[in-house]
Design a protein around this ligand. Structure first.
Ligand code: SAM
Length: 217
């Protein structure tokens, strides 16, 4: 077992299973994906630590537990089409790519999108499409989606994202102020976009969503 494999095994046991992550697919995905390739070289020794890390451009790769919690909350099936807002390092998209056939991810900072693309190519993850732009609007040409995950904090639920969910689709978004938020899961119950179930998954701290449904820079 290589060094990073051992670190991943420990991360899964002490950070994820110990806090109630039970979805076998999510645990397997997090065991498989080499998180250390998604962090800056200078931080490689901290890649499996229990916290977010800076990835440049004033952005972060999320804490492993939060990645697992959000992914588990999406209740994914292999054939699901999934949209992520906030590609960042690409790590969350890589986890999703283990679990479903098609992943779409939007990042507003071109340099981050292109770095993530390079890592996916290096790892032969060919089922992730990345677009540069404001993910507040979703990805209309590829909609509807079975699941949508926003990895940046919004002041309210972005309405375009609810519109791009199938009936029965799940949307997970951190909502609140610029410093602290609550992680919410919405499930679309019918064609009427106001007919949605809302669940509270707990407190969190994310960087801000910048754009139409977020804040100004
Ligand atoms: N999922 C990422 C990962 O696995 O590394 C972590 C994402 S980081 C916490 C949030 C990301 O959202 C940043 O890269 C930021 O540039 C991006 N972002 C913020 N507002 C956005 C928007 N309107 N559209 C797309 N990306 C956005």
């Amino acid at each position: 077992m290589d060094r990073y494999r051992k670190q991943r095994a420990r991360m899964i046991e002490t950070q994820l299973m110990a806090r109630g992550i039970t979805d076998a697919g999510v645990l397997k995905a997090m065991e498989n994906v080499p998180r250390h390739l998604f962090v800056d070289e200078g931080l490689i020794d901290q890649a499996y630590s229990d916290n977010p890390l800076p990835i440049g451009e004033k952005q972060t790769i999320s804490q492993p537990y939060i990645v697992a919690l959000m992914t588990q909350g999406l209740e994914l099936n292999r054939k699901d089409r999934v949209l992520e807002i906030g590609t960042g390092s690409g790590y969350q998209a890589a986890i999703l790519a283990q679990l479903v056939d098609r992943v779409f991810s939007i990042e507003r900072i071109a340099a981050l999108a292109s770095r993530a693309r390079k890592i996916f190519d290096q790892l032969n993850y060919y089922n992730v499409a990345i677009r540069v732009g404001d993910g507040s609007y979703g990805w209309k040409e590829e909609a509807p989606f079975d699941a949508i995950i926003t990895t940046a904090a919004a002041p309210g639920v972005p309405k375009y994202l609810i519109e791009q969910l199938v009936v029965g689709g799940r949307l997970i978004v951190p909502v609140g102020g610029r410093d602290v938020q609550t992680l919410y899961k919405w499930t679309r119950l019918s064609e009427n976009i106001n007919d949605i179930k809302k669940e509270d998954l707990g407190g969190c701290r994310f960087v801000s969503l910048i754009g139409e449904s977020g804040w100004k820079e």
